[in-house]
Write a new protein. Sequence first.
Length: 156
Amino acid sequence: MTSIEAAFRATTYRVTTPEGDFALRIGVADRAFDDYLRRLPDAPDPSASPAIRAPAGSCAVSIHSGWGILTAYNPGALLAEHDNRLWQERLRDRLAASGRHFLPACNLADDGAWPPEPSYLVLDVNEQQIVALGREFRQLAVVWGRRGAVPQLLWI
């Protein structure tokens, strides 16, 4: 395993939902998170839950296709905080414009050697779609999963 892969695996991907936070890990099942996904309505009303963001009238959430976690922070190298915030705003705008439902998240390195990175949990996304978003925002890898399966690291 390379040091960069070890760093991704030694990270907690904390997702913030209306029901609380979930601490997700690569290769580790999280039954409580699966249960949360199971309880999601087929077509959530974005105005009813400010944490799920998508334009009104957007398509229903189908978590059968999967979910992903990505950030625009530090694409392969540490950037200045101002630059990171600008890239993250572009990612948020891109997700909102796409009509996808997404929730705030944060990537937390176990050893604290890398600063916390704001990220997003994107619902109703397949592997190819989350990798394409990661590529667009110059990331080395993204996290992808689906209900009933362990989160995977997908290299770009």
